[in-house]
Write a protein of this length. Structure first.
Lengths: 185, 330
């Protein structure tokens, strides 16, 4: 017997449960945008190369365009619509506003979701490709411009607002208390 | 995209049985390559067996002091693991050099080993490709091949293997464990990826229906002094045009032990055994490193547009071994 090609699934998004039938071919990005009216996550390349669709899965950043919706059942999904605390913007959102970390804004939801995770990954001691010595005894360097550029390289900005984006991520890291103030300067 | 069934497995034997339950079934790990190829029409599975929740997500010591890495460990967790960074820094560096933070969070070790070439002809179903459609031809030989193989290629296929992680695993003599309906098995990295020959569509030596369950790194003191260096066409988030995983032990200016593997030069991670043999017992200096690189690259067969890789790989061997010599001499 041919396997069923659709399923009824329940997705946990921004603290709410959504139950919907999906064709298995549906990506999480398309489920969010086309089925659940959560259009903050953007479709750029739809092949995992631009980062505009970045969301958090179980607290870790992921591209929702390569994540099948059916395979996201049971995971805690946070989209750009869920990062603020009520009317209180997330420190990364505030920093992007303060420092003009965007021009057209299309890549911004993905940039912000990615940056939230970058700050947490760095605070957890994860090295990056910009880290000279990855051995744990060496520690991880401060979240300076070089580390931010490497860690944010999965988010493209066709307007080229990178200079302000890097500053915004650095300011947000400082605001969330994970960053030594002098290290950013 | 072809319609497909979806099953989530929670045990290894369950996953293997599910895969055998339907023709054209594929295991789904992070999906970063498979889902992309399904969108492109290159992969057309009838059933996906989701293995992401299998209990294979640990990294720990083996009895003999090696490291055992589960197949569903994400690239991120592998690269962040303190024991990997301490004992096999080139492996952590290789993983960190690949893809983006988002993709490393999704991608798994098992899937990384099985990822497909990024040759543009392979991923474009309107073009012939002996790997995708055996016997249809290889347009890359006379076409766009500036990032194709210079070692071990055949007239049938000149595609390169895209994995950074696998280059480090090749240098460290990793062993791949798998499970089939008939029981478990193992393959050393040296046998995991067969030569291209006339069968570029056969990419691994895994038996049909096998599920990769983990990777074992044997104990290797020299691996603590290792580096991965990747050259690409932009500063980050791009596939290699050449890469190297190297480990070196030098005493009194003499090479005691060395491991070298090259990436983006062949259909598989290229263990540079000729270079290793040239180096053992000899002086640890730039002349000897260059001579060793030449010994390995003597077999290179560059095409009109990828000859730069011979020069690039020679430079990489000399540069990284020189840096490691300085590190171990400190």
């Amino acid at each position: 017997m041919a396997p069923s090609t659709s399923s009824a699934i329940t997705l946990n998004i921004n603290g709410e449960k959504y139950t919907l039938p999906v064709d298995h071919r549906t990506t999480l990005l398309d489920a969010l945008r086309e089925r659940l009216d959560l259009t903050g996550s953007k479709k750029g390349c739809d092949q995992g190369q631009c980062g505009a669709c970045t969301v958090l899965l179980d607290g870790r950043r992921a591209v929702s365009c390569l994540q099948l919706a059916v395979a996201a059942e049971g995971r805690v999904i946070t989209t750009i619509e869920g990062v603020a605390d009520g009317e209180q913007l997330h420190p990364v959102q505030q920093a992007f506003l303060d420092l003009d970390g965007f021009q057209c804004g299309y890549c911004t939801p993905g940039q912000i979701c990615s940056a939230i995770a970058v700050i947490e990954e760095h605070a957890a001691g994860w090295p990056s490709a910009a880290t000279d010595d990855v051995r744990p005894e060496a520690g991880v360097p401060a979240l300076g411009a070089e580390e931010i550029r490497e860690r944010m390289s999965g988010n493209l900005c066709r307007c080229g607002a990178y200079v302000s984006i890097v500053q915004a991520v650095a300011q947000a890291a400082e605001a969330t208390g994970t960053q030594d103030k002098e290290a950013v300067a | 995209m072809r319609e497909f069934g979806y099953e989530r497995a929670f045990g290894v034997s369950e996953a293997v049985a599910l895969l055998g339950s339907a023709p054209d079934a594929r295991f789904l790990g992070g999906g970063t390559n498979l889902v992309d190829l399904m969108k492109a029409g290159v992969e057309r599975p009838a059933l996906l067996v989701d293995v992401r929740e299998l209990p294979l997500d640990g990294v720990g010591f083996t009895g003999g002091g090696g490291l055992r890495i589960g197949a569903t460990v994400t690239n991120s967790d592998l690269a962040a693991h303190p024991e990997v960074r301490r004992h096999h820094p080139a492996l952590a560096q290789a993983v960190l050099a690949g893809a983006s933070g988002q993709l490393r969070n999704m991608a798994t070790v098992g899937g990384n080993l099985l990822q497909r070439t990024r040759c543009g002809y392979f991923t474009d179903i309107s073009k012939p490709c002996n790997k995708r459609s055996p016997g249809s031809g290889c347009p890359a030989v006379d076409g766009e091949h500036h990032n194709h193989a210079i070692l071990g290629a055949s007239a049938r296929c000149i595609a390169t293997h895209p994995s950074d992680m696998a280059v480090a695993l090749a240098a460290f003599d990793a062993v791949i464990s798998y499970e089939t309906a008939d029981g478990p098995g193992e393959l050393p990295m040296s046998e995991f990826y067969p030569p291209v020959g006339d069968t570029p569509h056969i990419e691994t030596a895994l038996p049909p229906g096998a599920l990769i369950t983990g990777v074992t790194l044997p104990p290797s003191p020299v691996a603590a002094h290792s580096r991965y260096r990747k050259v690409r066409e932009r500063a980050s988030y791009a596939f290699a045009i050449g890469s190297i995983a190297a480990a070196l032990d030098v005493r009194d200016g003499v090479v005691r032990e060395v491991r070298l593997a090259l990436g983006a030069v062949a259909s598989r991670p290229w263990r540079a055994r000729a270079a290793e043999q040239a180096l053992i017992g000899g002086p640890a200096n730039a002349e000897a490193f260059a001579a060793a690189a030449d010994a390995e690259l003597a077999a290179a067969e560059p095409l009109p547009d990828n000859g730069y890789k011979v020069t690039l790989m020679r430079s990489l061997v000399v540069a990284v071994l020189t840096e490691l010599t300085e590190e171990v001499s400190r």
